[in-house]
Design a protein around this ligand. Structure first.
Ligand SMILES: [Zn+2]
Length: 504
């Protein structure tokens, strides 16, 4: 039977489901429309509690306040504690007859602020008609609200919006007499922006409570086109410092130029031997472990709107360095030159050959690549270029014995692998289908985001599939000054959460 002949049959079978979902969505939206003032007030109150991870007193106030918000929405909540860690808010709510459990991850801490750069107090929510950069005017925080208005304050976009949206979705469902079809748990971390140093220990210590069929990470910005986006993975991160050496003191470039090796030249040649101009990494074995994109993942990318021209123009770029669209470029591992330190320039330039030159190189890893393997192939590559590789400052003897010396420093902490969930995981298929049907804005499925989150830690400890469902507007000034959340994104998030909670 062809798809065309099957279609009416499928539609007939699915109709009750779609109708049920549409009714839930309209009831939830109706509740939201009549409660916008309360939702915004609750959001403003939450924003007014400073949430920098190092500010442990206020962090605890946040945790306790959020715990109360979740309790008010019918969840049983507690703080998970661990020596030396900010508390994790853990809450759960079981639905009679539900067979699956969904865990929602959010972080309630935010990036530190520099109030001088903000147009208003970062810890006092302000409503404006648009971004500050676009001339947004301050308006009273009183309904009726224009959905394009924005709430400003630290963590409005990253990552307190999902807390208010989830609470509102639960309140809306309860008010409409609709029971979620899935058991819900939440895990809200209070030190994500400080590097999640205690995440592994926290997961290991409270492993029994944290079981779920899937973790849904609600963090980060939605797609630039404002369509829903479901992200299946993140890149890992690693990096190293590379130093090469010349003579043991600065040399007069007149007396010794063309005779003594110049470390800046050596360093730039060495870097050029590792990375081509289009981003391809030339290190033998670098791509050995890479898990390639599947046909489905490639098709999903091809079906999403191409943003390259717009992005390049927005950033003042003539063109990107590759012909590939950005989604394909960031699905590959990356070798990024973070900085070079050698000699001097401008008014401080001197006619010397400097004794050493140093570079900091950042790596973004894709699924299945391990820091161990990369460390080994990179050291092999540098050795193959004629260098003797060391890991400390060279001794006088080492300098004399080797024509070429390269010091490589790997971080003792700070690297972690990537994560990518399969498109065809049954729960991923269910969630993508719920989101796809939610509105006329077809879902964008993104195999991986370019940035890094420690999802692999969660997978490693709990052996659970993970998806990322970002809800904040892409232009939310995340991490910067005048961070904001567009109201329509908050309204949409409530609708999304209600649909996922009742559609699974
Ligand atoms: Zn975040």
């Amino acid at each position: 039977m062809s798809v065309r002949t099957l279609l009416p049959v499928l539609l007939f079978l699915l109709c009750p489901v779609i109708a049920g979902q549409a009714q839930t969505t309209s009831q939830v939206n109706e509740w939201r429309q009549t409660h916008e003032q309360q939702i915004v007030d609750r959001f403003a109150k939450l924003i007014s509690i400073p949430n920098v991870a190092a500010d442990t007193t206020n962090i605890r106030r946040n945790a306790e306040h959020i715990s109360q918000l979740l309790e008010a929405a019918g969840m049983r909540s507690e703080l998970l504690e661990l020596e030396g860690s900010n508390p994790v808010i853990f809450a759960e709510r079981n639905s009679p007859g539900a067979e699956q459990t969904l865990m929602i991850y959010v972080h309630y801490d935010g990036q530190p602020v520099n109030p001088d750069n903000w147009a208003s107090n970062p810890w006092q929510a302000v409503m404006r008609t648009d971004m500050v950069e676009k001339g947004g005017q301050t308006v009273p925080m009183r309904a009726p609200f224009d959905p394009d208005w924005r709430i400003f304050g630290r963590s409005t976009g990253d990552d307190k919006a999902p807390i208010i949206a989830l609470q509102s979705a639960l309140l809306a469902l309860a008010a409409s007499g609709i029971e979620p079809s899935v058991n819900l748990k939440v895990f809200m971390e209070g030190e994500e922006e400080a590097g999640s140093a205690n995440l592994r220990r926290m997961l290991e210590t409270h492993k029994d409570k944290l079981t779920a069929d899937m973790w849904l990470f609600c963090d980060g910005p939605a797609h630039q086109s404002r369509r829903w986006q479901l992200v299946y993975g993140v890149r890992g991160t690693y990096g190293f410092n590379l130093t090469v050496y010349g003579a043991d003191r600065p040399l007069h470039s007149g007396h010794y130029g063309n005779w003594a090796p110049n470390p800046i030249m050596l360093l730039t040649e060495l870097i050029s031997s590792m990375r081509a101009g289009d981003g391809e990494v030339l290190v033998d074995g670098f791509y050995d472990q890479v898990r390639s994109l599947t046909a489905e993942e490639k098709a999903a990318i091809a079906a999403s709107p191409r943003m390259d021209k717009l992005l390049a123009s927005d950033m003042g770029l003539g063109s990107p360095e590759t012909n590939d669209r950005i989604e394909l470029a960031i699905a590959r591992p990356a070798f990024n030159l973070r900085g070079i330190n050698a000699g001097n320039v401008g008014a401080r330039a001197r006619n010397v050959i400097p004794p050493s030159a140093e570079a900091s190189i950042g790596l973004r890893l894709v699924a299945d690549q391990t820091p161990d393997h990369l460390r080994s192939v990179i050291e092999q590559h540098v050795t193959a270029q004629g260098y003797h590789v060391i890991h400390d400052e060279p001794s006088a003897d080492q300098r004399r014995q080797h024509n070429r010396l390269a010091r490589i420093d790997w971080p003792s902490y700070g690297g972690y692998p990537a994560y990518r969930a399969p498109f065809d995981h049954p729960l991923a298929l269910q969630i993508s289908s719920i989101l796809d049907k939610l509105s006329d804005r077809t879902l964008i499925q993104t195999p991986t985001m370019g940035g890094s989150l420690p999802l692999y830690v969660v997978e490693d400890v709990l052996q659970v599939p993970i998806l990322i469902l970002p809800v904040a507007n892409h232009d939310n000034n995340q991490h910067g000054a005048n961070e904001n959340l567009r109201l329509q994104n908050l309204w949409d998030a409530i609708e999304i959460y209600a649909a996922v909670l009742t559609g699974l």
